[in-house]
Design a protein around this ligand. Structure first.
Ligand SMILES: [Zn+2]
Ligand SMILES: [Zn+2]
Length: 140
């Protein structure tokens, strides 16, 4: 295995990159923050990002990141996320279900009508979907 050494963007320490751009220590910290946030959201359904941030001490930006990654889902927090394509309020991920459907159809259309160029777009589509749906199972 090749050791891909990087500087942790959070604490600046050198670490061996293994799929996540954070050192082990910061990853653990993030995991703890995630568990804190998840617990609070479960106990306090309908809480706003601000409230969750106040109660858990986790940065709002971090909570948004959990939402964007689709790890965290809450109706109360939903209002903070917007579809990157149409701006509609969504509860998880980066796009609303309608846009996902439309993009899916577009990707399929491209594959149907074009050659290698379409394949590239299909890969982009799959990456988005992988991020949204298979994040947990994808982990190694
Ligand atoms: Zn670090
Ligand atoms: Zn949308």
């Amino acid at each position: 295995m090749v050791n891909d050494l990087r500087n942790c963007p959070k604490c600046g320490r050198l670490f061996a990159y293994q799929g996540r751009n954070l050192c082990k220590k910061c990853q653990e910290e993030e995991e703890n923050e995630y568990l804190l946030v998840r617990k609070y959201v479960r106990d306090n359904p309908g809480a706003t990002i601000f409230e969750v941030s106040e109660a858990t001490g986790v940065e709002e930006e971090k909570i948004l990141q959990f939402l964007r990654e689709g790890r965290l889902q809450s109706k109360g927090l939903a209002a903070a996320l917007e579809c990157e394509r149409c701006g509609k309020k969504i509860s998880a991920g980066r796009f609303c279900p309608e846009c996902i459907k439309e993009m899916d159809a577009q990707i399929k259309g491209i594959i149907g009508s074009q050659g290698s160029e379409g394949k590239k777009d299909a890969n982009i589509g799959r990456t988005i979907k992988d991020r949204m749906y298979t994040r947990e199972t994808d982990r190694k």
